[in-house]
Design a binder for this molecule. Structure first.
Ligand code: PEP
Ligand code: MN
Length: 353
């Protein structure tokens, strides 16, 4: 249940309402301060409680809403029907993800291969406007014989790239035992598609404070995905960014996955969380990445995840879907132009006045 508090309600009254919920109803209150209103999330067994009873707790209560969806904290209602933001500290300053902020680009190779390549790639993607460097130290590979990532030593290389460029780092954590070392280097922890329903991992990343990029499982419904986000939120970490990366459909002849761009408007209506799109894993083909990156921008994505490798033909993983730095430069230029159009869309065009 969501209790919407009237504007100007004294802080002591919010505390009193919260206490009453806890003591008389055994409900865990969660106060969320939004742009326009403050709400109290009433988490617990509220199914049989009539919302009008809560309404009577205080004259400062504007409205009481029942959240019918299985995901509560992730629901749009939980954030006053607005979009929330995830603010990430990087050495270059704070970067905000969300509907009310510029699109954030996360770029870099699939895997960290050596220090020279990761630092060189970091410099190139930074120059093209990326705010985060991505690169896997721990790689989830279909084959046990394929390159599994350099592990801990790759974390050290990511740290060097972070020092050299000031870019934030996004890297995947696959195992609960690696959360601590990964979080020492990463500014955002990635949960990969294959681990989207690894509930122990979700609970544990929810217990630490670094933001989480939660990729959509390749056969996950919207509800599965949002319930996975709910695990992280319920464990206490409010900073979750959702990332669509393509799903499995019947047609995988020409693309690796089917990039579900309809996820953007669907998620917008269901959740307040920021939305990222990964056209690299979404298509699996470098030649298709720029088109789908631009389409994502126009469809309203808050962030893009793009694989860039200095020499895709020699890449140890995901070479066929990786852009060269030059291709990424071109795409960045095109996206900058497109972004102006998108940002200007609500302003009158002088020639038409
Ligand atoms: C990746 O980002 O390199 C990756 C393995 O992604 P996904 O989990 O979406 O397959
Ligand atoms: Mn990859």
């Amino acid at each position: 249940m969501i209790i919407i508090i009237k504007k100007g309600t004294p802080a002591e009254e919010i505390t009193r309402i919260s206490q009453e919920l806890q003591e008389n109803w055994q409900i865990k209150p969660e106060v969320v301060v939004g742009r326009h209103h403050t709400i109290i999330g009433a988490i617990g067994d509220t199914a049989t409680i009539d919302p009008s009873i809560f309404q009577e707790i205080s004259p400062w209560i504007e409205r009481v809403l029942r959240v019918e969806k299985p995901f509560k904290r992730a629901s749009r209602e939980y954030y006053h029907g607005q979009a929330s933001e995830v603010i990430v500290s990087t050495p270059n300053g704070e970067v905000s993800f969300g509907e009310h902020h510029p699109v954030v680009v996360i770029a870099g190779p699939c895997a960290v291969e050596n220090e020279e390549m990761i630092v060189r790639t970091a410099k190139r993607v930074k120059a093209a406007g990326a705010k985060f460097l991505r690169g896997g130290a721990y790689k989830p590979r279909t084959s046990p014989y394929a390159f599994q990532g350099h592990g801990e030593s790759a974390l050290e290389m990511l740290w060097q790239a972070r020092q050299a460029t000031g870019l934030g780092i996004v890297t995947e954590v696959m195992d609960t035992v690696d959360i601590e070392p990964v979080a020492e280097v990463a500014d955002i922890l990635q949960i990969g598609a294959r681990n989207m329903q690894n509930f122990n991992l979700l609970k544990k990343v929810g217990l630490q404070s670094k933001p989480v990029l939660l990729k959509r499982g390749m056969a996950a419904t919207m509800n599965d995905w949002l319930m996975a986000a709910e695990y992280i939120l319920a464990s206490g970490n409010p900073n979750v960014i959702l990332c669509e990366r393509g799903i499995r459909t019947f047609d995988c002849q020409y693309t690796r996955n089917t990039l579900d761009l309809a996820a953007i408007p669907v998620l917008r209506s269901l959740t307040h969380l920021p939305i990222a799109i990964d056209p690299s894993h979404g298509t699996g083909v470098a030649a298709f990445v720029p088109t789908m990156a631009k389409a994502s921008l126009v469809a309203g994505a808050d962030a893009l995840v793009i694989e860039v490798h200095p020499n895709p033909a020699q890449a140890l993983s995901d070479g066929p879907q990786s852009l060269t730095p030059e291709q990424f430069d071109d795409l960045s230029r095109e996206m900058a132009l497109l972004n102006q159009v998108i940002n200007d869309r609500v302003q009158p065009v002088p020639a038409l006045i």
